[in-house]
Write a protein that binds this ligand. Structure first.
Ligand code: C5P
Length: 244
């Protein structure tokens, strides 16, 4: 079985480099991937990435959710390569009609794309407001975008817990399924804005490879203990999925 730590991505949803570095120092033994989002990156800039690596972050997911024309998206990915991040998030619109054939040598050194299928804040009513046909469900859109992400050579997709199993089956092996909205039964989040939550065990059992966890660890009385418990749940989920 692979190391459960590789499946745990901690969201550094804080507003200063000092706080983020402290969290990395505390959690690096238990967390294989640290996620830097827009709030922290806009505030601290690219220098932050180096300082997180020096604080012990083994791998970094830069969650900027790029949305632009494919040429600009590609240039942003090349620029992100200079920061040595492992993953970079992108919306599927920017993956259609890639600009020319990829330079395969350069490809290897660039961060791998994780494509956002649909923002978890959207529901069916929002899809209609955005102009999607009435007979197109959330899952239809997620499927279509998973196909686009695969064709574009992405490492995987980010999807809500509700879609994990369907996306896993659609995408097949070797394609990462990343999901936020992890809520351990022992750590309710007050005023929760996550809609379609799963426990870590349920998410892994359903086929998720990487779980993005923020508040259940950050707001826990003992974040290290919370991370350890989530790792145990990941192990249980792996046993459910693959056997002992
Ligand atoms: O909810 P939690 O604090 O565990 O959030 C972890 C990550 O999940 C956030 O960094 C954000 O990217 C994502 N998130 C989401 N939908 C929400 C809230 C957060 O996908 N409604």
């Amino acid at each position: 079985m692979r190391d459960p730590k590789d499946s745990l991505c901690f969201a550094l949803d804080v507003s200063s480099a000092a706080e983020a570095e402290a969290q990395v120092r505390q959690l690096a033994p238990y967390v294989g991937l640290f996620k830097v989002g827009l709030q922290l990156f806009i505030r601290e800039g690219p220098m932050l990435i180096r300082s997180l690596q020096e604080s012990g972050a083994a791998r970094i997911f830069l969650d900027l959710k790029l949305l632009d024309i494919p040429r600009t998206v590609r240039q942003a990915r090349i620029a992100a390569g200079k920061m040595a991040v492992d993953f970079l998030s992108v919306h599927c619109e920017g993956l259609i009609h890639p600009p020319g054939p990829a330079d395969l040598e350069q490809e290897k050194s660039l961060p791998r794309f994780l494509a956002v299928t649909l923002l978890t804040s959207l529901d069916e009513t929002d899809l209609r407001r955005l102009g999607y046909r009435r007979n197109l469900s959330l899952l239809d859109v997620v499927y279509l975008r998973t196909d686009i992400a695969k064709e574009a050579g992405c490492a995987g997709v980010v999807c809500s817990g509700r879609e994990v199993e369907a996306v896993r089956n659609r995408a097949g092996k070797g394609f990462l399924v990343v999901t936020p909205g992890i809520r351990p039964s022992w750590a309710p989040v007050s005023g929760d804005d996550q809609r379609r939550t799963l426990t870590a065990r349920e998410a892994v059992r359903a086929g998720a490879d990487i779980l993005v966890v923020g508040r259940p660890i950050r707001k826990a009385p003992d974040p290290v203990e919370a991370a350890r418990r989530i790792l145990e749940e990941i192990e249980q989920g792996c046993r459910d999925r693959f056997g002992p």
